[in-house]
Design a protein around this ligand. Structure first.
Ligand SMILES: *Cc1c(COP(=O)(O)O)cnc(C)c1O
Length: 639
């Protein structure tokens, strides 16, 4: 092989490097020799893996259109197992005397099958649930069977919520009421005495430790949740006077979500542990130390304290938490509490993938120019053409300035009627040819002038993607969160285009134009040129946490189709669940339309058109069939 061939040969290793799949994929996602994304749900057992394009073929054969949310349920099992095994290892290593009791916060993904899967696989580890509202508690009670698992009730609690929780206690559940506000205690005590059931009480402590990031408003003095130290003392006084300090068993805090720096996690454990020690010294029974959520996901694979990443592993998290607790409690010989974490994001992020096709592209390739300018061409056109022909490495900045100047002048002249539409169009064409030439040339510059950075981004393609950011990736739109995105096939081919993704909503916010990178953010994604007769399919990965029920109905695009699979020991897979996405009629009825009445009205309109001889009765019938099929159809782009 000569040098040139070597340079041009693109391998799956190059793709792995470009998209960082092995870093953020943490063993679940990789690329096959044939260039497809493969999923290995047991992580270290590489023998059992499934190929994403094959799964998609299976989904399409069953009649589901893109976009599809694919859930790989085995990944949930793996994540729960991994979390418990990591804590167990750390507990053994440090000879910690308490146990680890995880709970899953329902708000992170409320879908029934998630709660079902978590309570099933979780039983062997006594993994419990965290409920933040009455509805979540009701859901939790119908799935949680394991009485050794914890059921942590956060959120504001009314009488109905409290009564249900108290009866859960009576039935043998470890159901904790965590006080978010001092006033909740009175109601709990009142209902407890009315029903004759002793409650399990926890307090939520308002940390002063604060971490950086999007989701960390939960801590700090101004946080809307939790009790200050003086409010905690009031709780103790009240319980003491009622001889109920044995009911106070849990300390809870929540630093925020996606805590990317392990130092913040350690600092919060230290602060909260001092409070825990204080509560024990005041005579509270205690026994449970609940650190809330915050365990981050390394979305960009950079393993840094950047907000889309984390600078620690799960093993380090477990070891640091346990070490920090022991450091503080061992001083006063306080017995080690059971540790509860409420990890949501880290438990479910990996198990869902959003898959969609590209249905069109728009490229800004330079348009061909005439060889010579016609006789009588206005001077302005000649001037800007001159800029193009004189452009070289040394005068890039100057040519760029001139191009802008002449283009603006041409626009001005057009407004005053001094040049024609055709002449203005020629100026614009030449202008873009110059910008492209500038873009090509700056690649060879050591120092790119400030004006010219980002020109390559302005020239990148737009790929039109069949999904809605608002429906399926709300955090991407609302807070600029970055998920890994990549093609799921053709990874043995060099991607030759640079593109941003526009979604199907036609809203200027409906796009993805920031992508993961090891250093910061990339403004365009390397993609392949779609082939004529083949779908080009991309996946957005790690979307299992928070994205599903925050989504809205922007442009009346509803829930996507959802397919869940389980991988069998022989490497085959089973479609275990299919949920048809919303139809057009569904989404319309969410905003109070009645599809039946709409059809009736449109039928009348069509009848009028027949009467006016605009369409024939046969055409009316065809139009009505089309209308009704449209109502039944998928709101996304169908082929
Ligand atoms: C949202 C939330 C969680 C989950 O946090 P993650 O970062 O997703 O693990 C846990 N506990 C409480 C109280 C929460 O509000």
């Amino acid at each position: 092989m000569n040098q040139k061939d070597k340079l041009e040969r693109w391998t799956i290793e190059d793709s792995a490097d470009l998209y960082h799949i092995r870093e953020w994929g943490v063993g679940y996602f990789d690329i096959s020799d044939s260039g497809d994304v493969v999923v290995t749900p047991l992580r270290n057992n590489k023998d059992i893996s499934v190929n994403l394009p094959e799964i998609i073929a299976g989904i399409q054969a069953r009649g589901y259109d893109m976009p599809v949310l694919l859930r790989i349920e085995d990944i949930l099992d793996s994540q729960i197992t991994h979390m418990h095994e990591s804590f167990r290892t750390a507990i053994r290593t440090f000879d910690y005397k308490g146990e680890f009791k995880g709970v899953f916060p329902i708000k992170v993904n409320q879908q029934k099958q998630v709660i079902e899967a978590i309570t099933n696989i979780g039983t062997q580890y006594h993994h419990g649930l965290e409920a933040g509202s009455k509805a979540e508690l009701i859901a939790a009670l119908s799935f949680l069977k394991d009485k050794e698992a914890c059921l942590v009730c956060n959120g504001y609690k009314d009488r109905e919520f409290i009564d249900l929780g108290l009866y859960a206690c009576k039935m043998g559940y470890k159901c904790f009421f965590v006080l978010e506000m001092p006033s909740e205690l009175d109601l709990i005590l009142e209902r407890s005495s009315a029903l004759g059931i002793r409650p399990l009480i926890g307090v939520r402590f308002k940390l002063s430790t604060q971490a950086g990031g999007h989701w960390t408003e939960s801590a700090g003095d101004r946080s809307i949740f939790g009790l200050s130290t003086s409010q905690i003392i009031e709780v103790i006084e009240k319980l003491k006077s009622l001889e109920m300090l044995d009911c106070l068993q849990l300390l809870h805090y929540h630093l925020g979500s996606q805590i990317s720096n392990i130092r913040d996690i350690r600092a919060s454990v230290q602060e909260a542990c001092q409070v825990y020690a204080g509560l024990v010294k005041e005579g509270a029974a205690m026994g449970y130390f609940d650190l809330g959520g915050g365990l981050a996901v390394d979305y960009d694979g950079s393993h840094t304290n950047y907000m889309n990443s984390r600078n620690y592993s799960l093993e380090e998290y477990c070891a640091d938490v346990i070490e920090a607790i022991m450091e503080i409690l061992d001083v006063d010989k306080i017995s080690h509490p059971n540790i509860i974490t409420e990890s949501g994001r880290a438990t479910v992020a990996y198990y869902s993938i959003l898959l969609f096709n590209i249905f069109d592209t728009n490229t800004f390739d330079p348009e061909p120019l005439p060889e010579t300018l016609a006789q009588g061409t206005p001077e302005i056109v000649e001037n800007i053409m001159e800029v193009l022909t004189s452009l070289n490495l040394r005068n890039i900045q100057e040519c760029y300035n001139d191009a802008l100047y002449y283009r603006d002048q041409a626009r001005q002249m057009f407004k005053l009627g001094k040049i024609s539409l055709r002449e203005r169009s020629l100026v614009e064409k030449i202008f873009w040819n110059i910008i492209h030439a500038v873009g090509d040339n700056i690649k060879h510059l050591k120092f790119v002038p400030k004006d010219l950075t980002g020109i390559d981004i302005a020239l990148c393609d737009t790929y039109y993607a069949n999904f809605s950011v608002f429906q399926s990736l709300p955090d991407s739109w609302a807070i600029g969160h970055i998920f890994p995105v990549m093609p799921i096939h053709r990874l043995d081919e060099m991607p030759t285009r640079n593109a941003i993704l526009a979604d199907i909503t036609c809203d200027c916010d409906g796009k993805i134009d920031r992508f993961i990178d090891r250093q910061g953010i990339r403004r365009a994604l390397r993609l392949h040129k779609p082939r004529k007769d083949e779908d080009y399919i991309l996946g957005v990965f790690l979307v299992g946490a928070y994205q599903e029920t925050l989504g809205d109905l922007h442009n009346l695009l509803g829930d996507t189709n959802v397919v869940s699979i389980r991988v069998n020991p022989d490497g085959s897979y089973t479609f275990v669940r299919e949920i048809e996405g919303d139809s057009v009629a569904d989404v319309l009825s969410y905003v109070e339309y009645s599809p039946k009445r709409m059809t009736r009205r449109f039928r009348a309109t069509a009848e009028e058109a027949v009467r006016e001889d605009l369409i024939s009765p046969q055409e009316r019938r065809m139009i009505m069939t089309m209308y009704e099929e449209g109502l039944r159809g998928y709101p996304y782009f169908e082929k």
